[in-house]
Design a protein around this ligand. Structure first.
Ligand code: UD1
Length: 421
């Protein structure tokens, strides 16, 4: 197993280029199963999760060629509509083959993803939406069996749960509805940029989707979808992680290939904290000279502050003297990084779904353990600010979502390397 070794204290400076968005690429790859021909995706990040989705599509029945950041997916005329447990258990996003398989083949068997370290992650909304379209769903021996007699039927569906909208449930239902008979209205749809990117791709395949980006999506079903070419949007979470890296090291970094509009919530919070953020077309420049100020942050669905940047902003507030309160409204238990940050000298206390961050002047490097993807990024960020060396182990989590992060950070002047445990 690999670990990351970071020696803190270097100011980051220069330019870094963000890769394509993992959370866009994964459902779009699943959507390729809806087409009868080859689709070509560009700007695809070479990540462990993307490789897992490639394996899943091959198991189902598609020719998949991945070179550099270009991915060709050609579904076979005969597919096996099964997503097995060994793949779904390593990557929850596998569940987004459910909608396309059901719509295209009339049946699907997908293992239940179960929970994960950031908390319970049910798929009841995915199933509710597909049932509303006429699917019969059964759960047996840990697998979801979905089937339909004839075509799915368009329907008005309210897709809300206890925590508001769901990104992948919206994606699954939207994909299934593209080939349904009649019109589907998804109310309380997720409005994340990755949902918009998926809808744009589906429209290029011949789907008729309107309203994506709002909470009401209208899908007029069509008979058939073809292949399409598409470039994946930049990863706003990777961009946000580099922005926090600039702020935490008192650096000056230009983050290229990003969409500043997708980062408004983070930009607002960084500016409140006293960080300078300058937007340009396709890039942001983040620099800090003076002291930081504590801020309160609540993770919410888009356009609110993203839960996938909650751990990273907490690392920044942990080294900002004063009290900051960070509240998680999407995954109330997503605080595995707290105890590891505290091993480095941070003073963070949990109070229900909030973390009270008592920011300190200095933290020190320590051996720490990554528990999930974004928590790992927070530990690397803290390592950049800590005195001495931080060893972040179990970085296979990091490799699920960040492409060559140690190379990108060292090109900005960080003292960081990958090593064997
Ligand atoms: C996606 C992202 C993930 C991000 C999350 C929230 C991908 C591959 N992953 O995950 O990185 O953290 O959005 O922005 O795109 N829920 C239910 N029932 C359901 C589905 C969800 O109760 O059927 C709850 C979840 O437990 C959570 C909330 O809804 O509390 C939002 O989750 P959701 O938007 O579905 O997350 P994902 O789409 O799985």
């Amino acid at each position: 197993m690999d670990k990351i070794v970071v020696k803190g204290g270097k100011k980051l400076s220069g330019t870094v280029r963000v890769s394509g968005a993992k959370n866009s690429a994964l459902p779009i790859m699943a959507a390729c199963l809806l087409g009868s021909e080859k689709s070509v995706l560009e700007g695809v990040p070479n990540l462990r999760d993307v490789q897992t989705m490639c394996r899943l599509l091959r198991v189902i029945g598609a020719r998949v060629i991945f070179e550099n950041d270009r991915l060709e997916i050609t579904p076979f005329s005969k597919m096996k509509p099964v997503a097995p447990y060994h793949l779904v258990s390593t990557m929850r996003a596998s569940v987004c083959v459910l909608g396309p398989l059901l719509a295209r083949l009339g049946s699907a068997q997908v293992s239940l993803p179960g929970g994960c370290v950031i908390g319970a992650r049910p798929i009841d909304l995915h199933l509710k939406g597909l049932q509303a379209l006429g699917a019969q769903i059964q759960i047996s021996h840990g697998d979801v069996y979905a089937g339909t007699k004839g075509k799915l039927q368009g329907k008005e569906i309210y897709l809300g749960g206890a925590f508001g909208s769901s990104v992948l449930a919206t994606a699954n239902v939207m994909m299934a509805a593209t080939l349904a008979h009649g019109v589907t209205l998804i109310e309380n749809a997720a409005s994340e940029p990755e949902v918009v990117d998926l809808a744009d791709f589906l429209n290029k395949m011949g789907a008729k989707i309107e309203g994506h980006g709002s909470h009401l999506i209208k899908i007029q079903g069509v008979r058939k979808l073809h292949g399409a070419n598409h470039t994946i949007i930049p990863d706003r979470i990777e961009a946000g992680t580099f922005m926090v890296a600039a702020a935490i090291t008192k650096g000056d970094v230009t983050v290229q290939n990003c969409e500043p509009e997708h980062l408004n919530a983070l930009i607002d919070k960084l500016q409140q904290a006293g960080v300078s953020v300058k937007r340009s077309k396709g890039s942001v420049r983040v620099s800090r000279k003076g002291r930081l100020k504590p801020i309160d942050v609540t993770a919410l669905p888009y356009p609110g502050f993203p839960t996938d940047l909650q751990a990273q902003i907490m690392a920044l507030m942990a080294v900002t003297p004063g009290i900051s309160v960070i509240t998680e409204k999407i995954y109330p238990d997503r605080f595995m990084h707290v105890s590891e940050l505290n091993r480095m000298g941070c003073r963070i206390f949990l109070e229900g779904s909030s973390a009270i961050v008592n920011g300190v002047q200095k933290i020190s490097g320590a051996p720490v353990m990554a528990s999930d993807l974004r928590a790992s990024a927070a530990l690397v960020l803290a390592g950049l600010a800590g005195e001495g060396e931080t060893h972040v182990s179990r970085i296979y989590h990091l490799d699920r979502g960040y492409e060559r992060i140690e190379e990108k950070l060292s090109s900005l002047g960080a003292d960081i390397r990958r090593a064997k445990e």
